[in-house]
Design a protein around this ligand. Structure first.
Ligand code: C2E
Ligand code: CA
Ligand code: CA
Length: 639
């Protein structure tokens, strides 16, 4: 729009300007033309009429002189002429002849000036005839000079310059017409090209802007746009509006990517983004912050809305997703927060992030709404993680050993290795706190193998019939090389596989059945026995017991804790599990044996092993050795 208006304006200005210039040029041309004509005339008049016989002073003309004048008027476009003396007084007029020289004649000021200055004075007069033709006259005063070059008077000549003016006009008008056209062409071609280029650039710019607003893969807003848009919503919010924020993350996205490849991963990301976008209102913002992290901003929300939308998203994400013949059933974790009126965007997002973190570390596939205590929980987590890294580098994790006894005679038949860590203040940090962090950070791989090595090195100092039991995390099965690693370690330390027991929990079995099952079979083949730990707290699925052919079942201590309060009911449960284990060819260990009353009850069921504070608390390696020594003097050996 703008370039066209500019173009029209430009052309008009040129046309106007050119016409102005042409008029001036024509006037100028006519003037100098007339000036020359008038000079010639003056010279002619002077030569023929005035200088020879003093006609200028007498004003008397001969017949010959009059004939010259007539010829000049007839053929020379001279309309009329007047001769002035040195004072500017009229001496002779072609129209009126000579005035009465004796009278007091008026002085023509222009003629007087021309005489004084010696320079001519030319005026161009334009007149329009009633027929519309333009006539151009020139009224020229030129100095008349004597033979010695002195100015002896002035001659006023009226010249008809219409013809030459018409010629100039018709010529210059053409130029005047052509010039704007040429200018316009000169301007238009590059301007049109420029405008087109600009349009292209603009639309390309629009594309780029569009692209730079959205995440290319998922179509959600990109990180930058999301934060600027969210910032605006926070800045513009009204007194009574509450802004809601979701921080979302796809559960185990890395595993999806690793297992099914990046193409599948990308398709899955798109799928999740489309679920998010479809679940919100048009006024809500959905942005991808990078990787598998998304943020949703609800400019006008309440807790109820957040709950509803969150459930909707999670439900949709739980449906099977199929791509090129592969299917997965995924899940989402959501951290939600309803911002306080004085809370800034980044603060609100941080709160949602904390809530997400909590949702992920307490089981995933859930939505957690932010609450204040999460701040302290996160701070604590960071501290513990930092201490763990430090302790790992400094080799400050310790392995303690808890004895397991044979119920029939109370003798120690094995030890369970339990990891210990003290905080920088010396206070113990529970493994129930640091093991999940080790699992999340991936530290468990190295930490687990180091624990196993330390435990084996200790167990090697014990009598050969005392077994060692070590806990394994599901995360240790992830890489897939657990069997070969353990085999190499046993070989290196020359520790018989038959003395080693590995404890796994049910949540391992739920993870990736084939992968885990293959590794468990590999471990068993080596001669390692596998115990199912904490039985009764998880799914306690008989299916798992059948499928994995465990060597041992460890009944979780919650059953003995419950026994204190509901003697009969727990007694029955424990008896059933012991019988079941035995029927399936497994040994049964009861955990958490703390007092004689419990052993009295348990003795009836022919359990294979007891473990608990009554038999012994987890103790450092040296103390474990002392305990064995006390029971079986002289049977231990230095490693
Ligand atoms: P767990 O494998 O069930 O270990 C037994 C836990 O019960 C130990 O807690 C032990 O101190 C406690 N316990 C034993 N007898 C009694 C009793 O009579 N009464 C009571 N109240 N508690 C008893 P701990 O050492 O705090 O370990 C907690 C959990 O941490 C372990 O549970 C295990 O799942 C995990 N853990 C410990 N060390 C390791 C390790 O090296 N690797 C892995 N993956 N997990 C470990
Ligand atoms: Ca255990
Ligand atoms: Ca246990």
């Amino acid at each position: 729009m703008f370039p066209l208006a500019a173009l029209v304006g430009f052309v008009c200005a040129i046309v106007f300007g050119v016409h102005l210039l042409i008029d001036r040029a024509i006037n100028q041309a006519i003037k100098s033309h007339a000036d020359m004509d008038a000079m010639t005339w003056a010279r002619e008049l002077h030569a023929n009429l005035l200088a020879s016989d003093g006609a200028l002073s007498s004003g008397m003309l001969t017949e010959d002189q009059k004939a010259v004048i007539d010829a000049a008027i007839k053929y020379g476009n001279v309309y009329a002429f007047i001769v002035y003396d040195t004072k500017g007084r009229m001496v002779y007029s072609s129209d009126y002849g000579a005035p009465d020289l004796g009278t007091d004649r008026p002085v023509n000021e222009t003629a007087q000036e021309v005489v004084t200055s010696g320079a001519s004075n030319v005026q161009v007069l334009q007149r329009m005839s009633p027929a519309g033709d333009q006539s151009v006259f020139v009224d020229a005063f030129v100095p008349a000079k004597g033979q010695d070059g002195r100015v002896i008077g002035a001659v006023q000549v009226y010249l008809d310059k219409s013809e030459i003016a018409t010629f100039y006009h018709s010529f210059l008008d053409w130029i005047g017409l052509l010039l704007p056209v040429v200018c316009a062409v000169i301007y238009v071609v590059p301007s049109v090209a420029f405008v087109m280029k600009r349009e292209q650039a603009f639309s390309r710019g629009e594309d780029v802007r569009q692209l730079s607003r959205y995440d290319a893969l998922t179509g959600a807003l990109n990180r930058h746009t999301m934060s600027t848009e969210a910032k605006k919503r926070f800045a513009d919010r009204g007194q009574d509006t509450q802004i809601g924020v979701f921080f979302l993350d796809i559960d185990k996205f890395k595993t999806v990517n690793d297992t099914h490849g990046h193409e599948f991963g990308d398709a899955y990301l798109k799928h999740i983004a489309s679920i998010l976008i479809a679940s919100v209102r048009e006024t809500d913002l959905v942005g991808r912050m990078g990787g598998d992290e998304f943020v949703v901003c609800f400019p006008d929300a309440c807790l109820n809305l957040l709950e509803r939308v969150g459930q909707k998203m999670m439900h949709a994400a739980n449906q099977p997703f199929e791509y090129k013949g592969k299917t997965i059933q995924g899940s989402l974790s959501i951290g939600a927060h309803l911002a306080d009126p004085d809370e800034s965007g980044p603060e609100a997002l941080h709160a949602a992030d904390l809530a997400l973190y909590h949702a992920k570390s307490t089981g995933r596939n859930k939505m957690q709404v932010y609450f204040k205590a999460l701040d302290t929980a996160l701070l604590r987590r960071c501290e513990v993680e930092a201490r763990m890294r430090q302790a790992f580098d400094r080799n400050e994790f310790e392995v303690h050993f808890q004895p397991l006894s044979k119920p029939s005679d109370g003798s120690i038949i094995g030890f369970e290795a339990l990891l210990r860590l003290n905080g920088t203040d010396g206070a113990p940090i529970s493994p129930t706190e640091f093991i999940p962090i080790a699992e999340e950070t991936g530290m468990i791989q190295a930490l687990g193998m180091r624990t196993l090595r330390q435990a084996i090195e200790t167990a090697k100092t014990w009598p050969e019939d005392i077994f060692l039991s070590v806990n394994l995390s599901p995360a240790q099965f992830q890489k897939g090389d657990l069997v070969s690693e353990i085999e190499a370690l046993l070989n290196e330390l020359n520790f018989p596989a038959g003395r080693l027991e590995l404890e796994v929990t049910e949540n391992l079995l739920m993870a990736d059945e084939e992968r885990v099952s293959a590794q468990l079979v590999g471990l068993k083949r080596m001669g390692i026995s596998i115990a199912m730990d904490d039985f009764g707290t998880g799914y306690s699925s008989l299916g798992y017991l059948w499928k994995y052919d465990f060597d041992k079942l460890k009944i979780d201590r919650v059953f003995l804790e419950g026994f204190e309060f509901d003697n009969l009911r727990y007694r029955e449960i424990i008896e059933t599990i012991v019988t079941l284990g035995h029927k399936m060819g497994m040994q049964v260990t009861v955990e958490g044996v703390e007092n004689e009353a419990q052993t009295e009850m348990l003795d009836e069921f022919a359990c294979d092993q007891y473990q608990g504070f009554l038999i012994g608390k987890p103790m450092p390696a040296a103390q474990a050795l002392e305990t064995i020594n006390a029971e079986r003097p002289g049977e231990t050996s230095a490693a």
